[in-house]
Design a binder for this molecule. Sequence first.
Ligand SMILES: [Zn+2]
Length: 415
Amino acid sequence: MLLDKLRVLTGHSRKINWLWPLFITIAVLLIFIVRSWRDLPTEDMDRPGSWWVRVLLFSKIDSCQVETSAGFTVELVDGSKKAYSSGDKFQITLDANGFKVGTDIFPGGQILIRPGEPYIFTLDGMKFRGNLRLIAFEDGRFDAVNVVPMEAYLGGVIGAEMPRYWKAEALKAQAIASRTYCLYYKNTYGADRHYDIRRTQANQVYMGLAKEYNATRNAAHETRGQVLTSGKRVFPAYFGSSCGGHTDDSSEVFGKYFESVKGVDCPYCIDVARKSQFFWKPAEFTAAELTRKLVERYENIKPLGEIVGIEPRRRSDYGQYSRWTSVKLIGATGKSITLRGEDFRLALDTTGLKIKSTIFELAKVKDKWVFYGGRGFGHGVGLCQCGAEKMAKNGKNAPEILKYYYPSVEITKIY
Ligand SMILES: [Zn+2]
């Protein structure tokens, strides 16, 4: 029908007849080429000395579906293994006898799935590099952990945290910051649990191959092994979308002091951030809605009754860029409680998309709390991503960008 209409409209009946199949064939070929190119193994996958990271992909699940293009091996903790050669989808569940892969049972509380070359597996529709470890809990559920070389991991992090078309030096600055952040978590928390880092905004976003691109893979590999150190130690190299004009100390926002995570002036992000994200529009909450949302997150706010007063207990001191770092909530009962500014913001708006930062003014207008005059997007600590892009556009390289946002930092190559 559509073709007939086009023929009538254009009068080019013969051309359209053979052009359509040609276009479709070219499109299919292109998709196939791009997909197969992206699914090549990265160079670090078999390299000795690569640093590996354990990323929690899914927590407390009942079942999952695993697929590989070239088969995989299931390994038990005792070293015994079984190979699967086909590219079929395998449903994996857990019962009292152990993990069930297809129809096979693997006793014990843990299995490691090693895909064959190109070392990629698909877990519930998402593609990741490296290996997949499943760890059972007594309640019959299990965790899925991606065990992956650091650089292969970072290729997927950078693409989820920054637009891939940004300047190479900005992507490299992100790579070094993300590697440092990951290593800090691995060193600080990894020893006491079966993973090093989460793949969500709780840490840094990791989407595997869905957000891995040529540019992000290059940024990871060209900075291989480079981390930020302060006093010869790694630290949580926080980063955020746009600081709104001035970054803040980690001690002010997160209550933890790190010498190199200090507030710096940022005249850069205003030129890169979307205007609606830099100067965000007022956000409104009725008094009842505001109280309900706070109580949903923090039960100990309930005894306060309806929140009738909200005051900054502390604000950082950067003029128009000052953040609410500590917030006093006063209830109708006269009782009060204090929350960190970021906790207050994210309790009211878990997405962080309405109240985009803690730089705002607050007013009670009739029955509504109105957040206005907002600036910036994110917590505003550490590297300002939009600022980094602007600095890269101005010709600064990754070390210069990083030393600007993390004062007194050194860049150390650890492998
Ligand atoms: Zn900034």
